[in-house]
Design a protein around this ligand. Structure first.
Ligand code: ZN
Length: 400
């Protein structure tokens, strides 16, 4: 799942921020104009794949959602293939894999499945592919354990704590019955039963995939321990949902960790990746393959900094989470976007609160946030990096 809602209220004054909402409504994301889309408008489809470099193929698996595809990457081994990410559970994805097996993989099996993170579009068919090919499966520990927890914790009714999190954000308690009846099984619907065992990959670890060395670079905030893969032999990086060219990734607080500060992890992770100096071709999970990593990292960071400044100003008057939507998002937030927006607005509020720029109060029903102090967007990332538990060891340390 990838997304950000968002159309800034003062959109005409702001640089364009492409979002999942734009995409959901059928607009073609324009992409970041500072990037070089090295294959132009050419896109993989069905069993038509694009060779990024020899032995590295880019394929697309359709998704049954409004974000209608995920990119997957196929790395040729001597005796088989490694695949990075899989598509969501369902016939549509399975049909494409069968087509790829028949027409692209040349009769060789899939020997290794790697999932960048737990979201169903990435992990959904991992169990199916692993079973089908008796393949090895790799993932980071936090992603694997959270995936198992969500899969096993699926339920017909929404947990009370999830609903309480939303009520405290400003959702009316009158909606309790209808919210509860929606259940808590979205994740399980999109994910085949997970492989029982996995091989843990960690920040800095190096895997030989397709005859090349790939180093795991962890990003956090969109999911807890998202693995990007930086190739050490050819300037190339599998970015997953951490580095997307055309939309911004959803960074949300959830009811399971209602005081979480994922935006701090997100900004710090992106900032750390700015030390990658090989100017790699970036292979993202959605949108087009591109060059221009540092430009993209900068614009992803900047889009959040702009929102944080607007939000701080908007909270000159105390606001609940849902009352911040008009300044954070450019159009009325409805449907599934409402939940994404709620998580994302909360993430921005928690970041400001953690830096001492907002004060929280509670009236017994809803939290409100009131601005305090002066915000200086030029120093926010440095301040975030000093928060406890936020900063991973430097990229230079893992690169050494
Ligand atoms: Zn994701």
């Amino acid at each position: 799942m990838t997304s950000s809602t968002a159309e800034a209220k003062s959109a005409s004054e702001q640089p364009k921020e492409e979002t999942i909402s734009d995409h959901r409504e059928g607009a073609v994301p324009r992409g970041d104009e500072n990037l070089d889309y090295i294959f132009g408008e050419d896109l993989p489809k069905d069993d038509y794949v694009i060779e990024v470099t020899p032995g590295v193929l880019w394929a697309r698996i359709p998704l049954p959602w409004s974000l209608d595809h995920i990119n997957v990457y196929l790395l040729e081994e001597e005796d088989g293939w490694t695949v990075i990410d899989t598509g969501a559970q369902g016939k549509t994805g399975r049909d494409i894999w069968e087509l790829l097996e028949k027409n692209v993989l040349g009769g060789k099996p899939i020997t290794h499945v790697v999932a960048t993170h737990l979201h169903p579009d990435h992990l959904g068919l991992a169990g199916w592919l692993v079973e089908r090919h008796n393949a090895k499966f790799s993932m980071t520990q936090a992603e694997y354990l959270l995936a198992q927890s969500l899969w096993m914790g699926a339920s017909d009714s929404m947990p009370k704590a999830e609903m309480e999190f939303m009520f405290r954000a400003g959702v009316s308690r009158d909606l309790e019955e209808s919210m509860s009846s929606k259940g808590f099984g979205h994740f399980k619907k999109g994910v085949h039963e997970l492989p029982y065992s996995y091989e843990r990959i960690e920040d800095g670890s190096i895997m030989m995939l397709g005859g090349k060395r790939w180093q795991v670079v962890i990003g956090r905030g969109h999911s807890p321990e998202h693995a990007c893969l930086l190739c050490l032999d050819v300037p190339m990086m599998i970015g997953g949902d951490q580095i997307l060219p055309e939309i911004t990734s959803n960074v949300s607080v959830y009811g399971r960790e209602p005081l979480g500060n994922p935006l701090a992890h997100w900004l710090s992770s992106l900032d750390r990746m700015r030390a990658i100096d090989s100017d790699p071709i970036v292979l993202p999970s959605h949108g087009r393959v591109f060059k221009g990593l540092i430009n993209r990292l900068d614009s992803l960071i900047d889009s959040h900094l702009r929102k944080l400044v607007r939000l701080h100003g908007w909270c000159g008057e105390a606001r609940s989470v849902t009352e911040t939507f008009p300044t954070l998002f450019r159009r009325k937030v409805t449907g599934m976007d409402f939940f994404l927006a709620l998580g994302e607005a909360t993430a921005h509020l928690h970041l400001l609160e953690s830096l001492g720029l907002l004060e929280r109060s509670f009236d017994g029903n809803t939290y409100s946030f009131q601005a305090i102090g002066e915000i200086d967007d030029a120093t926010i990332v440095d301040q975030v990096n000093l928060l406890p538990g936020v900063q991973l060891r430097s990229y230079q340390d893992i690169a050494a």
